[in-house]
Design a protein around this ligand. Structure first.
Ligand code: GDP
Length: 531
């Protein structure tokens, strides 16, 4: 425990040092590689590959972990914390791949910035766009990192143009590559013209060595690449692509950096950019829109609840983002939703398969709370001064399946289990009179959520289920008029979510367009992300 006195000044100073962010990307863009490269900078892991356990995982503690291990995926959240350049960096993992789920989106409720990672050959991809939508809706500033510049890809200007045209975010390059993708010589610092050469070691070693080289020296060595880069940088200045902090923080523009995570090119520069440019935690607004001062008594938002991390104890771990005050292990907090006390004797930080006890934490930090069976994503915890933070929205489901009990004698357990998992936010549960109570429709952002429900129903509630996938891909929010209109249409239906929202679900975009045109006066509002 720290002996330093906890003054309001200290809390604000500590908060100011925090940089809490997540990487948003499409599978294979290099998120794991970048996370490992960042972790190596912090020296928190000793060999690449330890982050997600892709190359063997030690300390498997539950079926859950087994499920992860077999599939090479990461269900449990990794929060990597390290000090860099006087700052405390919190990197929150956003599960992607097959494990894409509502949790992936919810993580974005706990960050102050995001790094949008693009594959230089592919540019913006569907999953990146969905996650970007969530960043935009939450006003999260985005730094762009164009990865894999060590191999053939598209042109830098073309990629920037795509970002601007597709998502309306004005690119502001911070570094500029010397050499085309696949023939990268180094990076030019746009504001100063300084050049850093990267030389990749021959053979197995993947980390490139970096050295500062005078402009005239590199200009003589690489005259063609140099003059092209200078022309491009001049063009960028002409079109006003220079850095503007206000536009970055308000989500109108994005600083852009280039590199190759695999060869450790541009990774340190990205860390510097996070420290220099990304915002520290600021006062978060409560549900009434009142900002909560950073040095107010402790408060935080639960953004993720992970079940089954330790099968022996059937515990749940809740991940709390601290919004104000100083967290000290052992404090007794109030759970806003129930008004009940919550003891924080077991507070941990979780990173891959490593867990360490957290003694204290400050705004921007993430604390894993064990024994959190009553906590749900979106819940607030606080110490003295009551506060409620805005709920985390539900996101647009794209996968639908009917759940039925696989054992006719277990209907009670079935109902209880579905209700519990719905309440926990593991899955969205939809119903209709037509389908009846014994056949609810489960709606998910990613198909992994179905596997999680099936596994937990069987193991925790002794109620094995059968799932029949429904041929729907898209959902919109509608009302009673929509319900009436769709009752006579095919390849769609209206279902009631447990929060009372009516969701119109459609087999595909084209079918939806036809129906929207048929009923121009009926509301069919898009949900966040997806659609
Ligand atoms: P994720 O799915 O976004 O986590 O992507 P990974 O980090 O697993 O990377 C996907 C593939 O791209 C792997 O084969 C990586 O080795 C490769 N990769 C990642 N970064 C780079 C890079 O900077 N350059 C090259 N050439 N390959 C990379």
């Amino acid at each position: 425990m720290s002996d330093t006195p906890t003054t309001p000044d200290r809390i604000v100073d500590e908060a100011r040092r925090r940089r809490s962010f997540a990487v948003i990307s499409h599978p294979d863009a290099g998120k794991s590689t970048l996370t490992e490269a960042l972790a190596l900078h912090a020296q928190v892991i000793d060999s690449a590959g330890a982050v997600h356990g892709k190359s063997g995982r030690k300390g498997v503690t539950s079926d859950w972990m087994e499920m992860e291990r077999q599939r090479g995926i990461s269900v449990s959240s990794a929060v990597l914390q390290f000090e860099y350049s006087g700052a405390v960096i919190n990197l929150l993992d956003t599960p992607g791949h097959g494990d894409f789920s509502e949790d992936t989106y919810r993580v974005l409720a706990a960050v102050d910035a995001a790094v949008m990672l693009l594959d230089a050959a592919k540019g913006l991809e569907p999953q990146t766009l969905k996650l970007f939508d969530v960043c935009r809706s939450r006003h999260i500033p985005v730094i762009t990192f164009v990865n894999k510049w060590d191999r053939p890809g598209r042109e830098a200007l073309e990629l920037l143009d795509e970002v601007e045209q597709t998502i309306g975010l004005r690119p502001m390059p911070v570094t500029w590559p010397l050499g085309v993708a696949g023939e990268l010589r180094g990076l030019i610092e746009v504001s100063t013209g300084e050049f850093t050469r990267f030389t990749r070691a021959a053979g197995g070693a993947t980390r490139a060595s970096a050295e500062k080289v005078e402009a005239d020296v590199i200009a003589a060595e690489e005259p063609d690449f140099w003059s092209t880069a200078q022309d491009e940088i001049a063009l960028l200045a002409e079109i006003g692509a220079t850095f503007d902090e206000k536009d970055f923080l308000s989500g109108k523009a994005t600083p852009v950096l280039f590199g190759a995570a695999l060869s450790n090119i541009g990774v340190a520069r990205l860390l510097d950019a996070l420290v220099e440019l990304a915002p520290a935690p600021s006062e978060r607004e409560d549900a009434e829109g009142r900002p909560r001062a950073l040095d107010a008594p402790l408060s935080g938002l639960v953004f993720k609840v992970q079940a089954g991390m330790d099968k022996a104890h059937r515990d749940r771990m809740a991940f709390l983002r601290i919004n104000s005050g100083r967290f000290e292990r052992g404090m007794v907090l109030t759970h806003g939703a129930t008004g009940k006390p919550f003891a924080t004797k077991y507070a941990q930080s979780v990173f891959g398969n490593q867990r360490t006890t957290v003694e204290e934490a400050f705004p921007g930090d993430i604390v894993g709370l064990v024994n959190a069976n009553a906590l749900r994503p979106g819940d607030t915890l606080y110490s003295d001064d009551a506060v409620t933070f805005p709920a985390i929205p539900s996101f647009a489901p794209e996968h639908f399946a009917v759940a039925r009990t696989a054992d006719a004698g277990k209907t009670k357990q079935f109902r209880r289990g579905i209700e519990q998992l719905d309440g926990e936010g593991v899955i969205q549960v939809l119903r209709s009179d037509l389908r009846g109570d014994q056949a609810p429709v489960l709606a998910a952002v990613g198909p992994l959520q179905f596997d999680v429900v099936a596994a937990r129903m069987a193991s925790e509630f002794s109620a094995p289920i059968r799932l029949d996938v429904l041929p729907y891909q898209i959902a919109r929010v509608t009302d009673e008029a929509g319900e009436a209109a769709l009752s006579s249409q095919s390849e769609c239906e209206v279902l009631l979510r447990s929060d009372g929202v009516r969701l119109a679900v459609f087999s595909n975009k084209w079918r939806m367009e036809v129906i929207l045109r048929k009923f121009p006066d009926v509301p069919f509002e898009p949900l966040l992300a997806g659609t």
